[in-house]
Design a protein around this ligand. Structure first.
Ligand code: HEM
Length: 416
């Protein structure tokens, strides 16, 4: 009989500060059945690592007509996962990412330049939302005139998952965003098939192994996967990272004086406020035993990166943001065969962005008022303000999105 425990997991209070709840779940040191979502929650570092490396755990949806996204590597098991990942890895290489560094630098620079006189901005809307999408759009070879529609469809997908809509509305937004992206990428793939260029999409079309290459659905799905897997995740790394630095001014000063510490600080940002808090869909294909608990075949399993990355058994003083933390083997990019393919790109974007931010936004700090909470409904605002997580003179300055999968700030008003 599963250990059904009704945590307040999923409440508005949880979203503003999930860590006390995650700690309570983790203190059981075993998988916990969560009745409201019908899934086993896996929270210790060891159990999460085990599940992510267990070949009997499937990521494949059982559906008759899977969408192009469901046909991508993220939702496939070997041998199809191995085929897709190795084809895409042939062209989405560390070298291709290094070649993007100049574009990342230029895009970051021009986004920041617009605010150099005003010396204030909403760091989320004005910097973190546009940067990763521009980078991946440019890398894929999306023509500039298509950036606005592609960005719009991606934002619709993000909106679908922001926890602010009913299941019906979310379903509609998801379908709308997905259809939009499928339309854009199908057309672009046709164009590039006829007229290849020196971009990632043309290389994905050309790539093949002994068994052939990617079919059209797989190409469309892969382009969409790279677009969305690399968007909100990186948005959250940048937003949560700057927020952590502003909460820890001594660390900000240390990094300004010693920029060589920035890569380590980025790993600590990933650990401390993990952009992806939960793994994607997983299911046990056979009955397994983990930390003394039997998980029956067919059960859904959710790994909690946000908990594992603060497991005191692995990270001493896990709640402390320590930019010099070593070792720091966090699981923010997952582990095992589905380890994030875009980790080198996310790390490069964050390193370039933070080097620039520390130079061009000296003394950056939180600003704004409770009214600056654009993505929240009134009820969410009121609930958030009952227990404001970060206050200045009694005012709530930041508000986290009500979404259990990502750790995401609605906005981040800053001045310098
Ligand atoms: C800070 C930024 C990012 C974070 C925290 C992140 C996190 C993750 C995590 C946790 C997974 C594994 C999910 C699971 O096993 O359930 C994953 C997979 C993946 N990520 Fe990322 N990601 C980031 C950025 C990116 C970027 C920039 C790209 C590409 C443009 C990308 C592409 C992918 C792909 C393709 C997979 C699937 C790999 C597979 O199934 O084999 N990610 N990511």
């Amino acid at each position: 009989m599963p250990d059904e425990t009704r945590f307040e997991y999923g409440s508005q209070e949880y979203y503003q500060n999930p860590y006390p709840t995650l700690k309570r779940i983790q203190e059981k040191r075993k998988p916990v059945w969560h009745e409201p979502t019908g899934t086993w929650l896996i929270s210790t570092y060891e159990d999460v690592s085990c599940i992510l490396k267990d070949a009997s755990i499937s990521k494949q949806f059982i559906r008759e007509n899977p969408s192009p996204l469901e046909r991508t590597m993220l939702f496939q098991d070997p041998p199809n996962h191995t085929r897709l990942r190795s084809l895409v890895s042939q062209v989405f290489t560390p070298r291709a990412i290094t070649e993007m560094e100049k574009q990342i630098l230029d895009a970051s620079s021009s986004l920041l330049a617009r605010f150099s006189e005003r010396r204030s901005m909403d760091f989320i809307a004005d910097f973190t939302l546009p940067l990763p999408i521009q980078v991946i759009a440019e890398m894929l070879g999306v023509p500039r005139e298509d950036w606005a529609p592609v960005h719009g469809h991606s934002l619709t997908l993000i909106k679908a998952a922001d926890g602010q809509h009913s299941p019906e509305e979310s379903g509609q937004l998801l379908a709308q965003g997905m259809m939009g992206l499928i339309g854009c990428f199908s057309a672009l793939i046709d164009t590039r098939r006829a007229n290849p260029k020196d971009d990632l999409l043309s290389r994905l079309i050309a790539v093949h192994d002994n068994d052939g290459g990617l079919d059209t659905d797989e190409l469309v799905g892969t382009a969409i996967l790279l677009m969305i897997a690399g968007h909100e995740t990186t948005v959250n790394l940048l937003g949560n990272g700057l927020y952590l630095l502003m909460q820890n001014p001594e660390s900000m000063k240390l990094l300004k004086d010693h920029p060589e510490l920035i890569p380590g600080a980025i790993e600590e940002m990933l650990r401390c406020e993990s952009p992806v808090q939960q793994g994607t869909y997983r299911r046990a294909t056979e009955t397994i035993r983990i930390s003394g608990v039997e998980i029956p075949a067919g059960s859904q399993i959710t790994v909690l990166f946000g908990a594992a990355n603060r497991d005191p058994a692995v990270f001493p003083n896990p709640e402390v943001f320590d930019v010099r933390r070593t070792p720091n083997k966090h699981l923010a990019f997952g582990t095992g065969i589905h380890f994030c393919l875009g980790a080198p790109l996310a790390r490069a974007e964050a390193r370039i962005a933070f080097e620039m931010i520390l130079n061009r936004m000296p003394g950056v700090q939180l600003s704004g008022s409770p009214s600056t909470l654009p993505r929240q409904g009134l009820l969410a605002k009121l609930l958030g303000m009952l227990r404001p997580p970060d206050q200045m003179g009694g005012r709530c300055l930041v508000h986290w999105t009500a979404n259990p999968v990502v750790r995401s700030l609605d906005s981040l008003q800053v001045e310098w």
